[in-house]
Design a protein. Structure first.
Length: 323
């Protein structure tokens, strides 16, 4: 009888201990939950601080952006003002609209402004085509071919990036003058056929080096030579680098003033930068309103090219940097 009582009391003691353990675990969980709730105000304070810093940063960026585009906005507003009010009224508020500046500027020079836009387009697209062909071929040679003096020639090419254009402009002018190329578009386009823009060659070399050589070997097993490998394998993969080259060439050539001023002497072959300079007269009255109006017109192609080619530009630069 005593043994049976002991056996029945033993499970009750075990159950009691399990209940005590469960209550202890519940208390510990409650304490941990309470500790988390105690830290929640600190977390909310930290999140509020991050949000405040983010707002301040974005406000400063917006203010800095407005400061950078203020000259462009001022030029746009000035193109809609009469000449006598351009430098009298400050700020961006318009008291009157003068759309006649655009009409006058379009027909103020010896040719309609469309003539100068066409001249710039010929130079720009000729330079783009020459750079894409020559720089990509030179980059493939430096990245994939093995030949004597490869490294010294590549280093010499990179050194030309640091060479100012003013150092070579006089020898170039003498050479092109002897060839009878002055006052034509040839001095502005033909040198680019020789891959003279070393920056683009370097850009494409870095991109090609990031393309696996296994693709070249597979094409070579199929019987392809260097020409087919370059055209059918490498070139289709270089679209980001080619797009970057095209966009930069467009912007630099469209805005180029110095080289075009040296080699183009007749108004018949003037490009947009030279046409805009023709609105200024150091001995007489300058037509500021017409010049600002045509400046806005000349900026539109740059804006559109950058707007539609921005994703290719960012992709090309980022991919080349990673490679």
């Amino acid at each position: 009888m005593t043994d049976s009582l002991q056996t029945t009391s033993a499970p009750s003691d075990g159950a009691r201990r399990r209940e005590e353990d469960m209550s202890a675990n519940t208390a510990a969980l409650a304490q941990s939950t309470g500790a988390g709730e105690d830290h929640s105000p600190m977390k909310s304070t930290t999140a509020a601080g991050r949000a405040t810093r983010s707002i301040i940063k974005h406000v400063l960026l917006v203010v800095a952006s407005l400061g950078m585009i203020y000259p462009l906005l001022w030029m746009l507003v000035s193109s809609l003002r009469p000449d006598e009010l351009i430098f009298r009224e400050s700020g961006l508020l318009l008291t009157s609209l003068e759309f006649g500046n655009y009409i006058e500027g379009w027909n103020a020079l010896s040719h309609p402004f469309s003539h100068f836009l066409w001249n710039s387009a010929v130079v720009v697209f000729g330079s783009i085509l020459a750079n894409l062909i020559s720089c990509s071929m030179a980059a493939y040679a430096f990245a994939r071919l093995d030949f004597r003096f490869k490294k010294p020639m590549f280093a010499l090419m990179l050194l030309t990036i640091m060479l100012p254009v003013h150092v070579v402009i006089i020898p170039q002018y003498i050479l092109f003058s002897n060839l009878g190329w002055v006052n034509t578009f040839l001095p502005l386009i033909v040198p680019k056929i020789l891959a003279t823009d070393a920056f683009f060659v370097f850009l494409m070399v870095q991109f090609i080096r990031g393309i696996p050589k296994d693709l070249d070997e597979a094409a070579r097993i199929d019987g392809a030579g260097h020409i087919r490998i370059f055209i059918q394998v490498i070139l289709p993969l270089m679209v980001p680098a080619l797009a970057t080259t095209a966009i930069f060439t467009f912007m630099w050539t469209w805005n180029d003033f110095f080289s075009q001023l040296i080699f183009l002497t007749s108004p018949d072959v003037y490009t947009v930068p030279l046409a805009l300079q023709s609105f200024l007269d150091s001995t007489g009255e300058s037509n500021w309103g017409a010049m600002f109006a045509m400046s806005i017109v000349s900026i539109l192609p740059l804006f559109l090219i950058f707007l539609f080619g921005q994703r290719f530009l960012i992709k090309g630069m980022a991919t080349t940097g990673i490679k």
